[in-house]
Design a binder for this molecule. Structure first.
Ligand SMILES: Cc1cc2nc3c(=O)[nH]c(=O)nc-3n(C[C@H](O)[C@H](O)[C@H](O)COP(=O)(O)O)c2cc1C
Length: 140
């Protein structure tokens, strides 16, 4: 595990390239768990059917490497960073990559909207929130 002062976190949302089936999401999770164990990255992924929201924590170098791969992954686009910073301890130690519900992700986006300073980010987050509305995805 990296030294405590060397721990960073980052969350982003992105638009899935459609159609995005369960098989493809399964492939993403499989590669994520393999690589994240190797790179000591932990976190969460949620998928609404259209929008991904992911929370990641690990060393700054490991996160940078993953973000570079994510930016060139054509299975999604329009990556918006929701939050990033450094931390003293992992929030999700032992989670090499868990899939969570859109409802849980919705709460995280609402928090980010509350803190968003610039107009463009507010518009982008509002439109993503509408797509992730838990009422539209009951039972998921
Ligand atoms: C929404 C989304 C989330 C992803 N999350 C991760 C991740 O947490 N870790 C990871 O290694 N790859 C993740 N990937 C896959 C990477 O973009 C990339 O395909 C993969 O890391 C390449 O790994 P490989 O060289 O072992 O095939 C994700 C892809 C998508 C579309």
């Amino acid at each position: 595990m990296p030294a405590l002062e060397d721990l960073a976190y980052l969350s982003y949302c992105s638009q899935a390239r459609l159609p995005m089936g369960q098989t493809e999401v399964g492939r993403i999770l499989q590669a994520s768990r393999r690589n994240n164990q190797r790179d000591e990255i932990t976190g969460l992924l949620t998928f609404s059917g259209e929008v991904f929201v992911q929370f990641l924590e690990g060393s700054p170098a490991a996160l940078q490497g993953l973000m570079n791969r994510l930016k060139s992954d054509t299975r999604h686009r329009d990556i918006i960073i929701l939050s990033e910073g450094t931390a003293h301890e992992r929030m999700l130690a032992g989670w090499d990559m868990e899939l969570v519900t859109p409802k849980e992700a919705h709460l995280a986006l609402r928090d980010a909207l509350g803190e968003a300073g610039d107009y463009e980010k507010v518009i982008a987050l509002s439109s993503l929130l509408a797509k992730l509305d838990p009422d539209l995805h009951r039972g998921s």
